[in-house]
Design a protein around this ligand. Sequence first.
Ligand SMILES: [Zn+2]
Length: 597
Amino acid sequence: RSPFLKINFDSVLAINDTFSITVAYHGKSVIDPSGFGGFYFEKGVAYNLGIGLSSIPHNYGRSWFPCFDNFVERSTYDFDIITKPEHVAYCTGIYLGVDTLTDNKKMYHYRMEKQIPTYLAGVTASNYKEINWDFQGMERNIPIQLLAQPQDTANVKTSFAYLPFAIEAMEYWYGPYQWSRVGYALTSNGAMEHPTNVAFNDFLGNDGNPEVTMGVMAHELAHHWWGDITTLTTAYDMWIKEGTAEYGRHLFMEYFFGKKTFIDVLKSNQLDVITTAHIRDDGYRALSGMPLDHTYGTTTYNKGAAVFHNLRTYLGDSLYRVGMQSILKKYAYSHLDADQFQAQLEESTGMDLSCFFDDWIFSPGFCAFEIDSLHTLKQNNEYLTNIYFEQKLHHAPHYYCNVPVEISFYKNDLSKIDTSVVLSGKFDSTKLSLPFKPDFWTINENEKLNCGQIGNKIFLKPNKSYTLKESKINFKTSELNQDSIFLYSEHIWGSPDTAKNDNPYINLKVSNSHFWNIAGILPENNDIKSSFFYNGSSDKELDYDLSHFSEDSIVVVYRKNSGMDWKLVENFKKQRFSPKDGKGTITITGLKAGQYA
Ligand SMILES: [Zn+2]
């Protein structure tokens, strides 16, 4: 059967003519082969999900009504939903009323007065009970409506306890809420951002623990700006709505839990992106131009979120709000692509974002920065500091430009100042005036950029073990001669400098993909044990270049700074996870500030 409806008109249509067509249809609705998308009758709830994850086009209005299934065509909707007498129907839009039919069935009427694409039209029907709140929004009172089956209402109320804070956070960043209500309906699958009536996974929504619910809750709420007001022109730019929605989750975490939790969330997301996105999405991919079989992948969602955070750092908080809100205004109830996104941001903020878009939106990969050398000169009460930087790349096609990089300069007493510099190209340098001569420094410790370096700031205490996932290193202390030792350990996804020509270890091949940097004041002759992980189990892992020819010969090398050459760390202990799998740890005793590879 043809998926197309052919309509023959009596006369030829002229441009700008308006016609009204009534299409009568019936049939059985379908579910997407992936299990996500289509129309469900499950666990006492009838509902739809407007996106079919494995169908092309992904837009899945056609699973329950005839339509143009894309992101561009829009219409208003009138819903007339017939239910059993004991059921209630809820749809996207405003409730108009209910009729009782002759057989005691009910017909519920809703109207979505704003123009939306087909994938955003939604219905849910069940023996739902309503939980209704009011929330005083930025401009007006916003009704909140949660829908759950009677046995779930108590848990659902607790599960969504943080929702008002999420609305506050989103209004702060993206402007006043524009829909008639904030609504979530519990369904057996989801989640899907049908405006005013989100289909929300019951296992996430009736757990009774708001910390289980809050992430997806905030993501779907953020869609009421990104996706529901402004969407993408084609699925090749899915980052426009999924990156923003996922970053909406991060913004909520920042708003509700504060900066420290926010930084942890960013780092954990970035670690996930840089270690798994290329495996799950079958390669390092640019956000824009994503192939349709990877539309809903880790790159789109999680790297998308990471890159919106970077955009915020490039612009600063205030211009980020200005730029993003101007897109929602100009493209309200409409769609745009990556080029239009860039043009509108530039027009509204006055910033040149060509480097940002070339580096983060149109290209795959990541950048990282190290300080090659730093010289200070005391002049009156200030310290003129020359800093030479080197940029490292991880699966990126070119060096990044105009990157705002935060450097934290520390004194031994741990007082510090954070400064931002803008760096371009493989080598760059800058001159700063500092109030003191720095004893050590860190780069990007506040995760201002989600990039190819992630670190952990810690105080080592005596007789303790530390597992630092983000910087891919473990520490174990015994007795220390002081209460605690401060250090910043950092893992860098980027090629360490190669060994120099006159190096006696020239037969050593230094990894071409990653290294570690340790900053801090470490006592001489400490016996801190540090375990470095290696993984060369496949060509998608960092140490494939070293371990695929011989795991036996993997060693750890060290240098104090970029001006020195690599030296073998003697006396290490190697532990293999299992023979020949290319994975293991190398443990060294005695930790020094500097680079390890
Ligand atoms: Zn989403």
